[in-house]
Write a protein that binds this ligand. Structure first.
Ligand code: ATP
Ligand code: MG
Length: 230
């Protein structure tokens, strides 16, 4: 098992091929200190999701290693690794059930109060209590009772409740109104605090807020630095 971690992540000399002979990543070296936020940017096919896939161990590197707090992630049990990593996907998944269940999915033993605290922290509480049955409102997996922004806030609350040391965020590209955008940025700040995060970032505001921006092109890091450097 993995001991409780600080969340220091190192990609060391990573080469990755999904298919033999076709490199998706060419010798990637990338470090994230505990609590640092990393924005991955680059054109389609540049390797952003591949980096995430390796960190979650959906695949193992063809060469090189990924270390968390110095430990090669191949040397720890998968469930133990994944219990330290929270993932907020682009198509923020909502399952059929109540809003409360959807948030509690982050930590099944959470009390109602903890669920509401998480929702409050990401500014989701206000819209939730205005729904017909508040936290007990039933939502559908494919239903559109919730806006894209609201779905995102619920997935933030779920991730906050799970409280992982490492957070992966595949930012939605869907356009949302300015007010929701602002609320999401605020919520994101709360969510990222104290966690090492890797964000496939599309919004300029997210990229600006990151500690480090990694620009990928055809599986190589072209540039890295903070927003002022680049
Ligand atoms: P996007 O912005 O479109 O999500 P990305 O930066 O996330 O792009 P990746 O998905 O990491 O890009 O893809 C990097 C390269 O690996 C691309 O050439 C892609 O075609 C290839 N690739 C991605 N997934 C697979 C897979 N499952 N099998 C084979 N090749 C893949
Ligand atoms: Mg991708």
């Amino acid at each position: 098992d993995m001991p409780p971690i600080k969340g220091e992540v190192h990609f060391e000399d990573i080469i990755f091929e999904y298919e033999p002979g076709r490199r998706a990543l060419h010798r990637i070296n990338l470090d994230a200190g505990p609590g640092q936020s990393i924005a991955l940017v680059g054109h389609t096919g540049s390797g952003k999701s591949t980096i995430i896939n390796l960190l979650c161990r959906f695949y193992d590197p063809t060469e090189g290693r990924v270390r968390i707090d110095g430990i090669d992630i191949r040397d720890v049990k998968l469930h133990s690794l994944r219990s330290q990593i929270g993932i907020v996907m682009q198509d923020t998944f909502i399952f059929s059930g109540t809003i409360r269940d959807n948030i509690r999915f982050g930590k099944l033993e959470a009390t109602d109060e903890e669920v509401e605290q998480a929702a409050k922290a990401v500014h989701a509480h206000d819209f939730i209590i205005n729904l017909p049955f508040g936290y007990d409102t039933e939502v559908q997996e494919r239903g559109n009772a919730l806006s894209m922004g609201q779905r995102q806030l619920i997935s933030f609350a779920r991730a906050l409740l799970a409280d992982p040391r490492i957070l992966i965020l595949d930012e939605a590209t869907a356009s949302i109104d300015t007010e929701t955008e602002l609320r999401i940025q605020e919520a994101l700040k709360t969510l990222l605090k104290g966690r090492t995060s890797f964000m496939v970032a599309h919004r300029l505001s997210t990229i600006r807020g990151a500690d480090k921006i990694i620009v990928l092109d055809h599986g190589r890091i072209m540039e890295s630095g903070d927003h002022d450097d680049l």
